[in-house]
Design a protein around this ligand. Structure first.
Ligand code: ADP
Ligand code: MG
Length: 297
């Protein structure tokens, strides 16, 4: 017997490095009319590096102390920004103090107790830190990091912001081509949905060729944007990699996870997994689906 076209397409997608979980998913890939991307780890490689450290007035701590405390608080986290801070502290040969009471809030940051101090590391607008700090110094540092198109992370010690860090991540080599190819396959303009701030999001959007950028989103907000597109008649293909993308991957008509470093939750929730992490495989499988569906109908 000859294999049904959609099953043959599933096998063919596998040869292109995409694990499509069923024939029904294979069919839905070809009916998507809009594509939305997560930023960190999806359009970018997902290995940010520390680019700048801005100590805030009044100076509480030296650069090395800030980095050591931030890395200690981040060590249990699997977030790409956490891995970057741990790597930066290790590269600089800093002592790794022990942390206790670690907590993590998706889309916001982490907290822990280090050397008897409460350390919070995360998004400036989303940390509950006190306001007994010099706000102009914090705002100037945040503005400088945003102007560079980098991701802003604040380190607060005992409720007072001590430093602003800038982190940057390289665009995947095939991101621009994949976005352009999907743009020609889909009726609608591609979207970027990210928890990161506007400045860093727009910088990556511009590099990748995405003009419609929605920044500062919590995981539930990504779902809201997917549902709004669906309410406007779109069938949404969402590409993501993180724990914070899992709800949106589930809400999308087709959820596609980047597999190599994707979180377990994203891989389980997604309908298809890009095993070799090549974004260009996505337009390839959309085209495979369309060809198979033409044969089926
Ligand atoms: P994305 O949608 O780009 O994957 P996230 O939702 O994971 O982004 O995070 C959004 C923002 O929250 C980050 O830009 C950062 O400011 C902050 N953040 C989240 N987790 C962490 C963490 N572990 N360490 C530092 N900052 C964090
Ligand atoms: Mg991500």
């Amino acid at each position: 017997a000859t294999m049904p076209p959609l099953l043959a397409a599933v096998a063919n997608a596998g040869r292109h490095g995409v694990l499509v979980k069923s024939a029904a998913v294979m069919e839905r890939l070809g009916t998507a009319s809009a594509v939305a991307f997560d930023k960190t780890g999806t359009l970018t490689e997902g290995f940010p590096r520390l680019a700048s450290v801005h100590l805030l007035e009044p100076a509480q701590l030296a650069r090395a102390d800030v980095l050591a405390l931030a890395a200690a608080a981040e060590r249990p986290s699997e977030h790409p920004l956490a891995r970057a801070l741990v790597a930066a502290a290790d590269d600089e040969g800093l002592d790794a103090p022990a942390a206790s009471g670690f907590t993590s809030r998706p889309g916001r940051g982490v907290s822990a107790t280090v050397r008897g101090h409460r350390v919070d590391v995360g998004s400036p607008g989303r940390l509950d830190v006190g306001d007994g700090h010099d706000a102009p110094s914090l705002q100037r540092a945040v503005a400088a990091v945003e102007a560079a198109g980098h991701t802003v992370v604040v380190v607060a010690v005992d409720g007072l912001p001590a430093a602003v860090l800038g982190l940057t991540d390289r665009l995947r080599a095939d991101a621009r081509t994949a976005v352009a190819e999907l743009g020609t396959l889909m009726a609608r303009q591609p979207l970027l949905l990210t928890g990161d701030a506007e400045g860093a999001a727009r910088a990556v959007g511009a590099e990748a060729g995405i003009a419609d950028v929605r920044a500062g989103l919590l995981p539930a907000d990504k779902v809201g944007h997917v549902r709004a597109e669906q309410a406007a008649g779109a069938r949404v293909l969402l590409v993501g990699d993180g724990v914070n993308d899992a709800p949106a991957l589930a809400a999308a008509d087709v959820g596609v996870a980047m597999g190599r470093h994707g979180s377990d939750l994203a891989l389980e929730t997604a309908d298809a997994v890009v095993v070799r992490d090549e974004l260009r495989a996505i337009p390839t499988v959309v085209a495979l689906s369309r060809r198979a569906r033409r044969i089926v109908v």
